[in-house]
Design a protein around this ligand. Structure first.
Ligand code: CIR
Length: 256
């Protein structure tokens, strides 16, 4: 399905205080701004019209706009992010989303349910939902009910040792998933072609298909080779400063 729009948000200077378990040190704000601009250019090259929201210094992680919402071609869901410091990010995202969806098609995850958009992998009208430190079972149930009304099916997948489901698995179009070893043999993904990442390249699991292009992080030559051999048209981007905050390529935009 052709994607036409993206929403991104500029990184704020406060990003240096974002949540991180990576042990890679603090991000460099100036460098992050350059990387973010290149990210916008890549989305544009892939054919998207990009809405760029202003930075919100009160929310250090708010550059990761994928988490406070889920967007499909039929409906949008404003989530209830699992991290307390991120809950307030939904307000600005909801205003942005209202420009594109009718109020009847905007839904909400309500407390005590929590859900981060980074836990959702969409394959047409199937949603795979990671049950993680951020997304609880109630969150998946609420999503399932909302999405069910539009004919979508939702499947929960328990995950461990990673932030979000999409930290370890992506659907990259053409019936193909890009997965880390952890998801090898998972029944949910057996029906897809699988490209498996070596342990040292796990981070590249968070890659994004946008129309004809697959955007991957730079610095992962083995998977790059495999993807090229499989016929994917690649755009490679350096997102080192976002990686320091456990964030990847998909986290930086909402695409619809
Ligand atoms: C967080 O811990 O919430 C942020 N530092 C990183 C969020 C990354 N988002 C994503 O994978 N969708």
């Amino acid at each position: 399905m052709e994607l036409t729009n993206a929403i991104v948000k500029k990184p704020g200077k406060s990003m240096v205080d974002g949540i991180s378990k990576s042990n890679l040190g603090k991000p460099d704000y100036e460098k992050a701004v350059i990387q973010h601009n290149n990210y916008i250019k890549a989305l544009e090259k892939a054919g998207l019209e990009v809405t760029v929201l202003e930075a919100e210094e009160d929310y250090p992680d708010s550059v990761f706009v994928e988490d406070p919402a889920i967007v499909t071609s039929d409906f949008a869901v404003i989530t209830n992010p699992g991290a307390d410091s991120r809950k307030g990010e939904t307000e600005a995202i909801e205003s942005a989303i209202k420009e594109f969806y009718s109020v009847d098609n905007i839904h909400r995850i309500e407390s005590p349910a929590t859900l981060d958009g980074g836990d959702i992998i969409q394959v047409n009208n199937i949603l795979y939902a990671g049950i993680s430190d951020r997304t609880n079972t109630a969150g998946v149930e609420q999503l399932s009910e909302i999405a069910g009304n539009y004919g979508y099916k939702t499947f929960g997948i328990e995950i461990e040792n990673m932030l979000h489901l999409k930290s370890g698995a992506s659907y990259i179009g053409d019936d193909t998933v890009l997965i880390t070893g952890m998801f090898l043999g998972r029944p949910e993904f057996l029906k897809y072609n699988q490209i498996i990442l070596g342990d040292s390249e796990d981070y590249a699991a968070n890659s994004v298909r946008v129309n004809d292009y697959l955007i991957i992080p730079s610095g992962y030559p083995m998977v790059k080779k495999k993807l090229e051999a499989a016929g994917f048209k690649l755009i490679t981007l350096d997102v080192s400063e976002f990686r320091k905050l456990d964030g990847g390529l998909s986290c930086l935009s909402l695409r619809f």
